[in-house]
Design a protein around this ligand. Structure first.
Ligand code: DGJ
Length: 375
């Protein structure tokens, strides 16, 4: 009996150590946190602060309605990127049914940045109102004095009411005719002309899949899918990061991009996106620009190997590019493998960003670790 108890105790120690000592990434597999529970932080964003990485994401629940925000935004912390400690729900959905931020609405793709002047942590996210599907198309903001919260919800809104993008002239705008019969044949052309831009001019532009990017000069940008997901908008944030300024550009009008994720290498900005197929995967896309508010040029599908034929971005959708601190030019492509019938079981696809002729590419790695960046 004694021997049985000793073996059982050793087995428990082995399990506990096993859970808290991961040494590799295994894309698409269950990823246990410090409690042995699969990480629940989908559509995530990351912040490195005080020598620690923080991961913020959508807390999903089980069952087919699990993509509604019933709980809030979940955070985890890590020293090594493999092992993540549960830091709890840092932004809670409101119980008050008169609140815009009430339980049951949709909150997606949270991203947190730190403002060096105000010392506040600022979170932005895609927000849809309860029982309105994806119609509202708002971007939302919350703020906290502490990285692990609690974050206070501030507001959600559309963007740039009565303001033209920097790359769209008043003359062009006056010529745009708003028409109702937009169909698949004329859609791209009409979007490029500015039909949705003009339609939403007074109420503000739509904002769905979004991300944030803080440049080396501390200027922060909000990048979002707008104009019925047909066009991306890049907007400069205010100095305190709590609002957008009037400086914004339309990017790739009619290009049908979602899921933007940006990083910078050798003074070039790269942006991964996906196409528009709901929770289903589609071929990834990559763009490059010399400046964030400049002209973005297509570089095609960054996926290599069998993905060149499969066209599913390794059955995932981009959400973030995570720079590895302390290793030069080491970046991780972070994506979600959604499970719409049981969202809590959604998986994370982390892959090292490799380079081919100076441009980022993605290859499948069943199991890998940070040593890959030494080669
Ligand atoms: C794709 C988006 O990227 C996700 O964040 C989510 O909004 C789904 N569409 C909803 O269908």
């Amino acid at each position: 009996m004694k021997q049985f108890i000793r073996i059982l105790a050793q087995f428990c120690v082995f399990l506990t150590l096993g859970q808290s000592h991961l040494t590799s990434f295994k894309p698409g597999e269950i990823w246990p946190d410090n409690n042995g529970v699969h990480i629940n932080a989908h559509g995530g964003g990351f912040l490195f602060h005080d020598n620690t990485y923080y991961w913020f994401g959508e807390h999903k629940i089980s069952g087919e309605f699990g993509n509604k925000s019933m709980v809030g935004i979940h955070a985890y912390s890590s020293k090594d990127l493999y092992n993540w400690k549960d830091e709890g729900i840092v932004l809670k959905m409101h119980n008050d049914t008169t609140s815009m931020f009430q339980k049951g609405c949709i909150v997606e793709r949270p991203k947190v940045i730190f403002n060096n002047n105000t010392k506040k942590f600022v979170m932005w996210f895609h927000h849809e109102l309860k029982d309105q599907g994806y119609k509202a198309a708002l971007t939302g903001v919350a703020v906290s004095d502490n990285i692990t919260g609690p974050y206070n919800y501030i507001d959600s809104f559309r963007l740039h009411q009565n303001t033209l993008p920097l790359n769209f002239s008043k003359d062009e705008f006056e010529k745009v005719e708003i028409i109702d019969d937009i169909n698949n044949q004329n859609r791209k052309e009409k979007v490029i002309e500015g039909v949705y831009l003009k339609r939403d001019f007074e109420t503000g532009q739509m904002s769905r899949d979004m991300t944030l990017y803080v440049d080396d000069d501390d200027v922060a940008y909000h990048i979002t899918a707008s104009e019925e997901n047909q066009t991306l908008l890049i907007s400069k944030l205010s100095e305190d990061y709590l609002s957008v300024t009037n400086e914004y550009i339309r990017v790739l009008p009619g290009g049908r991009n979602e899921a933007p994720a940006i990083f910078k290498k050798n003074n070039k900005y790269f942006m991964f996106t996906s196409g528009l197929t709901g929770w289903n995967p589609n071929p990834g896309k990559l763009f490059v620009s010399d400046s964030i508010m400049g002209e973005w040029k297509p570089l095609g599908n960054p996926c290599r190997g069998s993905e060149e034929e499969n066209n599913t971005t390794f059955w995932s959708q981009s959400t973030y590019v995570l720079p590895v601190i302390g290793i030069k030019d080491a970046f991780i492509f972070v994506a979600d493998r959604w499970r719409p019938n049981n969202p809590i079981d959604g998986r994370y696809i982390w892959l090292p960003i490799e380079f081919e002729n100076g441009n980022p590419i993605l290859k499948w790695h069943e199991k890998w670790n940070l040593n890959i960046f030494d080669n």
